[in-house]
Structure formats: structure tokens, C-alpha cells
Design a binder for this molecule. Structure first.
Ligand code: NAI
Ligand code: UGA
Length: 442
């Protein structure tokens, strides 16, 4: 099938590559010419595990190509995925859906033959109805489908090729046929296709992210209880997660959720549902956000407690800048926010990240960065594990290597991610949210 992917950012670039991998002929449309050039050269504009390998497999054959010209995509493809951004409005009151409206407004007049427009961006409840109006007026032969995306950054390629389910909000047999065709290789493996109406598809995407955020805030609220009682949230999360109705996935306590999606999606959804009169749901999600904000404050306090003195003037190494491992995305990164708070409090913060240094430096040129974890840790009085990259959590030599360089062996693992025994065994004190501190064996 010939498909286009409009908007080639964190969602669109992996989606375009995955569509090529599924056997389609794909044209990606992106406003930024620099990104188009890099993608055509086989490199993403950001680090995402597995993305460059697929780009390098499919761009040389011409099966996957990128352009800034939407008319080329309109001419070429029979199905158009809309993957443009929906940032939070500047006043925080809902999404700014102007990229989605803009993309569909520029595409619609160019659609002269029957085709399918498939929305994947996460939008305010009610946006699909506005897009239906635009298409009805400008491109009556086009069918609109709402096909929300559930991929996680760091797993974007794998999630695109092996999703848990495909959701399609649609209203006609022709639209259903197009979706079944474009996802045929995935559906053939038995992946469930959930068919619904476009408005329900819109709401269920926001509900999915709201649940994921609620699960994280729930266990973080229990971390607060553990801090107040001296209990251990690690044991609590493990034991309750053995109940299969609860499960372990997505329930790691720590510094709270960040990224380009959960924080803005929960904020926008909360605002919109409150406006629509769903006040109880809005109150629940407001609490989820309040708990999340408080975990950053708790992490700042934990560093001060672990340091046992004001951080003013102290050198602090922050390992990790991206909002999670597997990506160079630093949007709403908890690690960088914590680094920023410590910097504000007068600490001499030095940040390392295996993939996100360039992105972090571009966003926060005021901080100091190091090319290696060792360089960041040299002379540090506290080492903060801010992002749970395997480079930090699965390197058996790291505790000993850093021990030789620091001024004081204090690790604050705000992700609850390290094997504490491996660090205490090398003489480190380990401090984690919601857990009693671990000290080295005497
Ligand atoms: N990042 C993620 O993991 C996921 C994102 N989403 C949703 O997908 C949407 C996109 O998110 P991201 O990819 O993270 O945003 P992003 O900001 O990384 O990418 C959006 C891209 O669209 C481009 N763009 C904007 N208008 C355009 C136009 N008219 N023509 C061509 N390109 C255009 C921008 O230049 C940008 O590169 C959002 O609604 C987000 O909530 C959904 C699931 C996962
Ligand atoms: O709509 C979206 O854009 C996407 O948002 C999230 O994906 P993502 O933001 O990539 O990352 P998550 O893995 O959900 O992590 C979000 C944040 O929560 C944190 N987190 C995650 C899991 C956990 O147990 N504890 C925890 O603190 C992560 O470190 C990260 O900062 C959802 O997981 C995706 O299903 C969804 O498609």
C-alpha cells in the first residue's frame, strides 16, 4: 500500500519506518528541512532505539523517503497518517491542536481521489468532529479514521511493529477496509483490532494515558506513606504487584512521570473534562498531577538528607538527562528538573547522559555537562541517578569505578533502579524514594 506519514517527530518517524518494515511504500512529510535531510540519510533527528537501523534498511531502496512537500504525499499515497504534535497550550488550558488542524487543512484541498486520512496524534475530545467538517467541505472523497497510538518512547519501533492492540474509530466499511489493509501483517498475527466510533477512540487514548499516570502516582503516593512510616515501597510494590489484577508493569516508584506525553496529556484531559462537567474525574486526575509534582520536591529533600548538609557549593553528579532510558527526548525530564532545582539551590551540578547530552545542552545551556559518568562523578559529594539507563544500572563495574573518583560515596537513586547490594558492597550509601537508606556493610 502507498502511505504517507505527516509529521515525522517522535511518533511519526518510527511509525513511518515501521510502515516500511511492514512492506508499504512510505513517504514521510516533515516541515523541518534539516530533519528531512537526516531521515533521508538514514538517521533520526533524535536517538530512539532501533530507529536508525530501520531507516538505513529502507531509505536506500526508496521504499521509505521523506519530503517537506505535502503535495507530493497527496499525489503519491492512498492513506495518510497524521502524526503532528499537540503541545499543551501556553496557558496550560488544554491542547494546542493547531498543527493537526493545519496539517489537515493543507492536505484536504490536494486530495482529489478517494483516500483515507488516519489521525494518530493525541487530541482534545471534540477535535475529530472539527476535522470531519474540514474534510467534508474540502475533500468529500476522503474517509477519516481515528487511530490513536500507544507506543512508548525508547520502544517506539518495537511497539509500532508489535502493538498490544490497534484501535480504529471509524464510520464506514471503506474506512474499515483501509485500516485492515494497512495493518494486515500485524492483524494476521492475531493482534486485536478494536473498532469503535471516532469520538470514543479519542477518549480512550486519553483514558489509557490517564490510567498509566494514575498507576505511577498511586505507587508514588504509597512511597510517601512509606517515608512517613519507615516502610519499604520496593517490597510493597513487589508484593502487591504479584496480584495479577495489579501487576508490576508501570508501577515503579520514583521521581514521578515526565516526557512529552503523560504530563501534557493528563493536564489537557483534566482541563477538558472539567470544562465538560466531569468534575469527579477531573478531581482524580488533578490529584495524580499534584502527587507527581510533589515527588520532585521529595527528591530534592532526599538529596539534601543524603548529603547531610546544605547542597550550596557542593558538587553533585546527575546521571541521566532524558525523561526515560532508550530515548534522547528531554521534554519534561524529571532528571533535568531535579538538576535544575539543585543548581538553583547553589549546587555545582554536572550532568551526564549516554544519548541525550546534545538535546539537554540545547534546552539548558546554563548547566554543566560531562562526556562520561566518571567525569561527572569526579569530586562529587552526591551522585544522583536521574534516569535509569542500563549504562548505569546494569554496569557491574560502575560502583567501583565511581567510588575511586567521588569525594563522598553517596548515591541518590531517584528511580529505585539500582541493585543496592552491588553499590553498598563497594562502600556506597544508597538513598531511594520511599525506602530506608542502605549503608555499606561495616
Ligand atoms: N511521542 C510519543 O511517544 C507519542 C506521541 N503521541 C502523540 O503524537 C503526536 C506527535 O507527538 P510527537 O511525535 O512526540 O511530537 P513531535 O513534536 O516530536 O513531532 C511532531 C512533528 O510534526 C511536525 N509537523 C508539524 N506540523 C506539520 C505539518 N503541517 N506537516 C509536516 N510536519 C509537521 C513537526 O515539525 C514535528 O517534527 C502528539 O499528539 C502526541 O501526543 C502518541 C503516542 C506516542
Ligand atoms: O501517549 C503517549 O505519548 C505515550 O505516553 C507514554 O509513553 P512514554 O511517555 O514514552 O513513556 P512511559 O514509559 O509511559 O514513561 C513516562 C514517564 O513515567 C515514568 N515511569 C514509568 C513507569 C513507571 O513504572 N514509573 C515511572 O516513573 C518514566 O520514567 C517516564 O518519565 C505511554 O506509556 C504510551 O503508551 C503512550 O503512547
Amino acid at each position: 500500500m502507498r502511505v504517507s506519514v505527516i509529521g515525522c517527530g517522535h511518533l511519526g518517524a518510527p511509525h513511518a519506518a515501521a510502515m516500511a518494515e511492514l512492506g508499504h511504500e512510505v513517504i514521510g512529510v516533515e516541515l523541518d528541512p534539516g530533519t528531512v535531510k537526516r531521515l533521508n540519510g538514514g538517521r533520526g533527528a533524535f536517538y530512539e532505539e532501533g530507529l536508525d537501523a530501520l531507516l538505513q534498511k529502507h531509505t536506500p531502496t526508496g521504499r521509505l523517503r521523506f519530503t517537506t512537500d505535502i503535495a507530493e504525499a497527496a499525489e503519491f499515497a492512498d492513506l495518510h497518517f497524521i502524526c503532528v504534535g499537540t503541545p499543551l497550550r501556553e496557558d496550560g488550558r488544554g491542547y494546542d491542536v493547531s498543527q493537526v488542524l493545519g496539517a489537515v487543512r493543507s492536505l484536504a484541498p490536494l486530495l482529489s481521489r478517494p483516500c483515507t486520512v488516519v489521525g494518530k496524534s493525541t487530541v482534545t475530545v471534540g477535535t475529530v468532529a472539527r476535522l470531519q467538517q474540514i474534510l467534508a467541505a474540502e475533500a468529500p472523497a476522503a474517509e477519516l479514521v481515528w487511530n490513536p497510538e500507544f507506543l512508548r518512547e525508547g520502544h517506539a519501533v518495537a511497539d509500532s511493529l508489535h502493538p498490544d492492540r490497534i484501535v480504529a474509530g471509524l464510520a464506514s466499511p471503506a474506512a474499515r477496509h483501509a485500516i485492515e489493509e494497512v495493518y494486515a501483517p500485524i492483524l494476521a498475527r492475531g493482534t486485536e483490532l478494536v473498532l469503535t466510533d471516532p469520538q470514543t477512540a479519542e477518549v480512550l487514548k486519553s483514558a489509557a494515558n490517564a490510567f498509566l499516570a494514575t498507576k505511577i502516582s498511586f505507587i508514588n503516593a504509597i512511597a510517601e506513606v512509606c517515608e512517613a512510616t519507615g516502610a519499604d515501597v520496593g517490597d510493597v510494590a513487589y508484593a502487591i504487584g504479584l496480584d495479577e489484577r495489579i501487576g508490576h508493569a508501570g508501577m515503579r516508584p520514583g521521581i514521578g512521570f515526565g516526557g512529552g506525553c503523560l504530563p501534557k496529556d493528563i493536564a489537557a484531559f483534566t482541563h477538558r473534562i472539567d470544562e465538560l462537567g466531569a468534575h469527579q474525574a477531573a478531581a482524580l486526575l488533578t490529584a495524580v498531577q499534584d502527587i507527581n509534582a510533589e515527588r520532585l520536591e521529595a527528591a530534592v529533600r532526599l538529596v539534601a538528607t543524603a548529603h547531610a548538609a546544605p547542597v550550596d557549593g557542593a558538587r553533585i553528579a546527575v546521571l541521566g538527562a532524558s525523561f526515560k532510558p532508550g530515548t534522547s527526548d528531554v521534554r519534561s525530564s524529571p532528571a533535568l528538573r531535579l538538576a535544575g532545582r539543585l543548581h538553583q539551590d547553589g549546587a555545582r551540578v554536572v550532568i551526564h547522559d549516554p544519548q541525550a547530552l546534545e538535546a539537554a545542552r540545547a534546552r539548558h545551556p546554563e548547566y554543566t555537562y560531562a562526556a562520561t559518568a566518571e567525569e561527572a562523578a569526579a569530586g562529587a559529594r552526591v551522585v544522583v541517578l536521574g534516569t535509569d539507563w542500563h549504562d548505569y544500572t546494569a554496569d557491574p563495574g560502575l560502583p567501583a569505578a565511581l567510588a575511586r573518583l567521588v569525594e563522598q560515596q553517596v548515591l541518590v537513586d531517584v528511580r529505585n533502579a539500582v541493585n543496592t547490594g552491588a553499590w553498598t558492597g563497594e562502600g556506597w550509601q544508597v538513598w531511594q524514594p520511599g525506602r530506608p537508606p542502605r549503608h555499606p556493610a561495616p
